[in-house]
Design a protein around this ligand. Sequence first.
Ligand code: RET
Length: 301
Amino acid sequence: MSGNQALEVNRGYDGAADLAITTHGSDWYFAVCAVMAVSSIAFMAMAMGQPRTHRLFHYITAGITFVASIAYFSMGSNLGATATQVEFVRIGSSQGLNAAGTREIFYVRYIDWFVTTPLLLLDLLLTAGVPAPTIAVTILADEIMVITGLVGALIPSSYKWGYWTFGMFAFFFVFYQLVVVGRTHARALGAAPSKTFMRCGVLTLGIWALYPIAWGLCEGGNVIHPDGEAIFYGILDIIAKPVFGFLLLMGHKNIDPRDLGINTHDPSGTVVAEKKTNGFFGKKHAAGTDGVTNGTTTTTV
Ligand code: RET
């Protein structure tokens, strides 16, 4: 036998679900895995074209797509999933669901998001130059959003929607931090960071808003077949990660990390970092503080 045998090899170790991906879904997941892997290599290659002091955003972005490629490898292999009783059985539906009982829920998707969505926010919020406490609380809200989505997806009863609702509150909080706080700070940094933040921020908000809808139609409402789920989330993830990453890194070609308050030190001295800074996330070298140390050290990236 040749071709994609993942479904035969890895068929439901923990009990196959009544409704699960077919070989088409598996093929698509492997294709997205390849897109993510190639993007990671491309982002690392772009990093090599920059001095070490200017690679922070390349490393974060390559990390995001690398983690995603592992998640997609798992899903293509029919792994990282568990059978969960559906709330809405849809026998005879036009979506070709025709299966009672359980649905294959890919919990590995949420492990991916738990690692990568904070990194996406870090990419954006560092570009906007927002203060560290704002970054921390936004990432906390983001993690609440992902975990409520995971827990809700694994709950058979209507109580799953309670978790979805909590997740939506957390999502609105993230939304606010980007739209209001992020935009205000980005504007203050000048044209290049502001343009990059706006471009990537608008893309992010538009795409992220579709995830709770996908969840409602897939893990939540059981309206779309797991193969359709693969395509829906796959397209969103390609836009949210590789497309976003590429736009962000193109924008950073015109941005000096020191203008964002990210102070880096190169021992070769080719890129001279500001000494005596206000720290990694701090304001860029406030006027009049030359030679004054506040106890923090310059961070090497
Ligand atoms: C869930 C369900 C609970 C409510 C909300 C959700 C939003 C999820 C989002 C996920 C974004 C993922 C990204 C992945 C990158 O590839 C968890 C679906 C609001 C916004 C950007």
